[in-house]
Design a protein around this ligand. Sequence first.
Ligand code: AHR
Length: 609
Amino acid sequence: LHIALGEPTGRRASPDLWGIFLEDINDALDGGLNADVVQNGQFEYSPEDRPGWGPLTAWTAQGSVTVRSADPVDPATATHVRLHGERTAASITNHGYDGMTLGAGPHLLELALRRVDEAAASLTVRLTRGDREIARTSLALDAPAREWTFLQTRLELPADVEDAALALELARGTADLDVVSLRPIDPGTGRPRTFRPDLVAALAELKPSFVRFPGGCVAHGLGLENMYHWKTTLGPRHERRHLRNTWGYHQSMSIGYLEYFLLCEQLGATPMPIVPAGVCCQNLPGGPRAIPQDEMPEYIRDVLDLVEFANGGAETRWGAVRTALGHPEPFGLRYLGVGNEDQITADFRDRFHQIHAALRAEHPEITVIGTAGPNPFGTDFEDGWTFAREEDVAIVDEHGYRTPHWFHQNTRRFDTYDRSGPAVYVGEYAARTSRLRSALAEAAGMIGMERNSDVVRLASYAPLLARVGHTQWTPDLIYFTDTEVRPSASYHVQRMFSHARGEHVCGLEVTGAAPRVRGVPDARSVRLRSPGNRVRWSEIAVDGITHPDQVTAADGEEIALPGWGADACEISVQLTRIEGAQGAEIHLGGPAGTTHYTVQLGGWQNRTS
Ligand code: AHR
């Protein structure tokens, strides 16, 4: 087989093609990218986040400790604790996410404290591992009683430590406590870190052109009260509105919109915020709900203000807010997504239209990205595309989580896309089995995107980050623990494509024999044989996806598997041995003949005919 580079096709590769998708799923932010090692530092966890959770989740209390919400440090995050150091000391200890992991060196502890009486004169801060004390300091409490004050102290760690805990102890008097955080101090800047550096390094290594944020489903939320509103994520942590996370945990918003823009800047990537299209998640019982009409003007103002916050000069209202938050320079926003996988309902059309029209009128310089709707690749997203054409949306966001087989078979998906209509953003995709095979299939799919990048302008694998032991979605691009970053095989594919970006699309000249994968037929049917019917067949799966129509097959039964094509695929069949069975046979039939697999107990023997 000989492959040679052909003539340029005249198509240029989109310079922004490969980006990343950052959603708070799998503990990606709190417990992940967020450098703060204290979990539930604002005591805002609740059973609504997850059954069994509450204000003292991740904490243990000793002595007299009560949870209260009267006279809070801020109504947005009202819950706090009161320590009564009466006959014995009162203390609370935070255990982080899976125990705290901290590196040697200085750390900054911050908290809000209110002395209830004058007897509360000092708070002891201890970092411990089991019974061993690793670091200790104390905070003198001398602010007037009955006023919240923000306190800071440094904890110097002599060595790296894992599985540690942070204890705060009041020996005498009564004091209220809230907004606790512990972050490593960056030796370069002398300031506490915002992000975990090893995870940022893994993202930087992907050289992303853009960063999509905050989702995914997190963007439009589980109900109107759960929608992500960018303005409520700015400013001091205790003023930020916390959210029940779509994926079953809690969002402190410590990584809010300012931090997101700063991350983009650090990565050299252009921001791509996704704002709700005025409707919430389509997967709710009763369907999505829409922002009431009389609230739409204010909501649209919020969307327009986001552009001003990112790009406006210091003389503009929101540019001034950005400047006051320490960033006078604009963030160079060029893309703005409106909606995520929304059902193309009348409400959606109406709200999207209003937002889109306002953006066009006030910010024609921004490229608006619409949504193709909730279906994964494999359908034609007809409603979404028809609506996007009517609206003349610049780019449409298509999502697809499919089998590796599907990716191999659809490398030409975009060849026939209309070049005169909206362009495409493949905003979420992954081949679902989380193995090398998926990575190779994604690479094949990405070649199809790159070859068509006159129409596929942007693409981002999803999801991006996953804390091991805390995942809600599989596969993910980068797994991590407190001590390790574990990139998946798919990560290396993303990295390779991003590092070796092309400029022009050239043809390929292929001469010689067409390659064939040995031993795998052009399978169209499976026939199962177990003499004496002593093996039970169940769970026939193709490329990791269980065949929906067939759970148990009778001996000798032939099962047609529609949708298989000519390419290689992976077939798995679950066998249950019934007394005395020595083996069984699987016959895979297709146009190229039949392959017989003899299943011996404990292994496969392949006989091809
Ligand atoms: O990437 C995980 C989820 O998949 C996203 O939140 C959603 O948009 C999609 O269904």
